[in-house]
Design a protein around this ligand. Structure first.
Ligand SMILES: *Cc1c(COP(=O)(O)O)cnc(C)c1O
Length: 401
């Protein structure tokens, strides 16, 4: 006699096959069983691989962390439910009340908020500097003791490239740790740990995940620095779901191919755009005209990335016509996906800056950012040609009125 009330609970329980699946399965299980107390003991003591409880991390998290550590050339990695979580956890772990961060002035908007609004609530402080001005960084480090120096490999939207080896040398000389947000470069272009950085934080949501279907981030570095961060992250419940970790690892299989394709196309577009009459300036680290071209040639070993910005003559009216005329390229405020996207920093990422702050940061109304995807380059160029023609009509009208 069977009892449906019991069978409904147990009959479909997972069987563990003797042979291995060819791709990593998704382990969407919050709870895990043990055969015996001896097995509990072995898993708890990490003598055998196993999972104790979902929110402490399962096989999909272990797989993603191993992947990130490999990609970044790190001894250890921690995954998080977003790049922002990784950044916040990393800084929280490194700072004590009274601790100071010397950070690049042009970091990602939410990171700037974290540094200037949240840090003081923890009793820590932040000073901002132009991280591409090595003399300014050195002056700041001489004047004050900082626990952390923080910068992005490539910044948004002006694509400034920091000199990671020089920042690492200066940070270490002044007893500070160098933390680099490697999101825009991705480990295909740059491996900051190999250039002397102590920790890498990054949003895997962008190039590594690559399909805009998961929000995942990571911290990577030496086990000595990374592993002590793990307990606090787990207590705060900051892991991605197994599904997000799985999606990210799945997308990452093609990450080097996608990133190489978008980087190659972006380089081609950058030189082509420099010759277009509607374009006043192109910002791309691979161009000789870019202020950090020399640094980029030294530190970005795998290309110059898939993001470029351009300044349209004719300001905002030209930008509106340009965006309206695009057919293939969509208006999206993110980057790193397979499809080419456009955004207008003055209306999105840098919206809350005052007019003076925007001017200082170089966020002009005519500035447009392109995040190049993996479509055929000729199709992207055709779409841009159409949009630039529309932008030019606008600039003539703009000058006339
Ligand atoms: C997107 C982004 C982040 C935040 O990552 P999420 O995964 O969206 O939380 C951090 N830094 C940079 C440079 C980014 O572009």
């Amino acid at each position: 006699m069977t009892n449906l009330q019991t069978d409904a609970v147990h009959a479909a329980l997972a069987t563990v096959p003797v042979n291995r699946p060819a791709v990593a399965p998704l382990y969407e299980s919050a709870a895990w069983t043990f055969a015996s107390l001896r097995e509990v003991e072995a898993v708890q003591e990490q003598e055998l691989p196993g999972t104790v409880y979902g929110s402490l991390g399962g096989p999909n998290h272990v797989a993603l962390e191993r992947l990130v550590a490999t990609l970044e050339g790190a001894e250890a990695a921690l995954c998080a439910n977003g790049g922002m979580t990784a950044i916040a956890c990393c800084l929280r772990a490194l700072l004590r009340p009274g601790g100071r961060v010397l950070a690049a002035r042009d970091v990602f908007g939410p990171t700037l908020g974290l540094l200037t609004v949240d840090l003081p609530h923890w009793g820590a402080e932040c000073e901002l500097v132009d991280a591409c001005d090595i003399d300014a960084v050195e002056r700041a480090l001489r004047a004050t003791q900082f626990a952390v120096v923080y910068a992005e490999t490539i910044s948004n939207p002006r694509l400034r490239v920091v000199d990671v080896p020089a920042l690492a040398e200066l940070s270490h000389r002044h007893d500070a740790l160098l933390v680099i947000d490697n999101t825009f470069a991705s480990p295909l272009l740059c491996r900051p740990l190999e250039l002397g950085a102590d920790l890498v934080v990054e949003s895997l949501t962008k190039y590594v995940g690559g399909h805009y279907d998961c929000i995942v981030g990571a911290i990577a570095g030496s086990a000595e620095l990374v592993e002590p961060m793990r307990p606090a992250m787990l207590r705060a419940g900051q892991l991605p779901s197994p599904f997000e970790a799985w999606l990210c690892a799945r997308g990452a299989q093609t990450f080097p191919l996608r990133t190489a394709a978008s980087s190659n196309t972006a380089a081609r577009l950058a030189s082509w755009l420099e010759d277009q009459p509607a374009v006043a300036a192109v910002l791309y680290p691979g161009l000789r005209s870019h202020p950090d071209n020399e640094t980029a040639l030294r530190t970005l070993q795998g290309g110059f990335g898939g993001v470029l910005s351009l300044e349209l003559r004719g300001g905002r009216p030209a930008v509106e016509r340009f965006i309206d005329a695009l057919q293939l390229i969509r208006l999206v405020s993110s980057l790193g996906g397979v499809a080419t996207t456009v955004n207008h920093p003055a209306s999105t990422s840098h919206r809350n800056l005052t007019a003076v702050e925007k001017r200082h940061a170089g966020i002009h109304e005519g500035l447009v950012r392109l995040a190049v995807g993996i479509e055929a380059p000729d199709d992207i160029i055709r779409d841009l040609e159409r949009a630039l023609a529309a932008a030019e009509r606008s600039s003539t009208a703009h000058v006339a009125t």
